[in-house]
Design a protein around this ligand. Structure first.
Ligand code: PMV
Length: 334
């Protein structure tokens, strides 16, 4: 590790963001959700220093709950002051899991600093990240973002058994509404899948809590909408089977079907629908991803440049990714 000072220790870690392919909103009702890690994410660099700073400004622990939880509550850090550097390649408040990626990269970096030479344990980091998210979000957090960012690849989070997925660990959380439990599984994707994901950010923040509350009140007003939830659960299972088999056309069809059900649950928006429409001719499938309302849509395509251009021309911001990037990892020093 290169450094200008003999005793100055520097560590770097990277954790990817995520994109939900199937099952958003239905997962709140115990059904499975399928997410994949994307190429873009968050990088954390920690350098021992004379004083505490974050991105060049003085570090106030209270203003950074994810970071201080990991430093003090999880690792009991009592070493030298740190210069904390954070670089994000994700749109924030867009449903791409930037806070989960931050927690995981921070956890990996702090571990490397305190237990040098020890391999990182991605399941342990997923648990740490989930607890950090819960702490920062008033006790309510699904493990999907942190698990996908930690484990990488394709992750299924569910309250019910899922065909074709390999169990990795169980997550649990005491929430204000009671105890919740999830099974976190991985799906092995075929190698060299000949398709890319193109995300399209609407530029509008995605208020997950409001969207989830909106769906709850819609279901109360109109119980016939439970049919959409059940349909999403079936589409998710079909999409997952297609994904595991590398049947990209069927994955795309399932994505299109999922978008229709999410529209029926009133979580899409004119901006999301416009981006989905514009990419469809050059995509295998397209849908909103995550909470909806704003945030991002995602297309599965064999022509990612073309789709990225369509998104840009329609007023969105594109981000191209492979399906199922690697999970959290340490990076070589500069
Ligand atoms: O905001 P996102 O992209 O993490 O999506 C939230 C997914 C929901 O199913 C809408 C909510 C949840 O807690 O699972």
């Amino acid at each position: 590790m290169a450094s200008t000072h003999a005793h100055m220790v520097m560590v770097r870690a990277f954790a990817p963001g995520k994109c939900i392919l199937f099952g958003e909103h239905a997962v709140v009702y115990g059904h499975p959700a399928v997410a994949v890690a994307i190429d873009s994410g968050v990088e954390v660099e920690l350098t021992e220093s004379e004083s505490w700073t974050i991105d060049g400004k003085s570090f106030d622990a209270a203003r950074h709950p994810h970071i201080s939880h990991i430093l003090y509550d999880v690792f009991g850090y009592d070493g030298a002051p740190l210069q904390i550097g954070i670089r994000s390649g994700l749109f924030s408040a867009a449903g791409l899991g930037s806070s989960a990626a931050l927690s995981n990269a921070m956890g990996a970096a702090v571990q490397a600093l305190m237990r040098p030479g020890e391999a990182i344990d991605s399941v342990e980091l997923a648990r740490i990240g989930h607890a950090a998210e819960a702490k920062a979000q008033a006790g309510r957090a699904s493990p999907a973002d942190t698990a996908t960012s930690a484990l990488g690849g394709c992750v299924v989070v569910s309250g019910e058994p899922v065909d074709g997925a390999r169990h990795v660990f169980d997550a649990e959380l005491e929430t204000p509404e009671g105890r919740r439990e999830w099974s976190v599984c991985k799906v092995d994707l075929p190698e060299n899948l000949d398709a890319w994901l193109v995300l399209g950010f609407t530029g509008i923040g995605s208020p997950t809590g409001d969207m989830v509350a909106g769906v709850a009140s819609l279901l109360q007003r109109d119980p016939s909408k439970y049919a959409d939830m059940d349909a999403i659960a079936k589409i998710t299972q079909a999409g997952l089977t297609a994904l595991g088999a590398g049947n990209l056309e069927a994955v795309g069809m399932a994505m299109d079907a999922c978008h229709e059900r999410l529209q029926s649950l009133e979580v899409s928006s004119p901006e999301l629908d416009a981006l989905v429409e514009v990419v469809r001719p050059h995509s295998l499938g397209a849908k909103l991803t995550g909470a909806g309302g704003g945030g991002c849509m995602v297309a599965l395509t064999q022509d990612p440049q073309r789709v990225a251009e369509e998104i840009e021309i329609a007023g969105g911001t594109p981000l191209i990714s492979r399906l199922g990037a690697e999970g959290v990892r340490l990076l070589e020093g500069k």
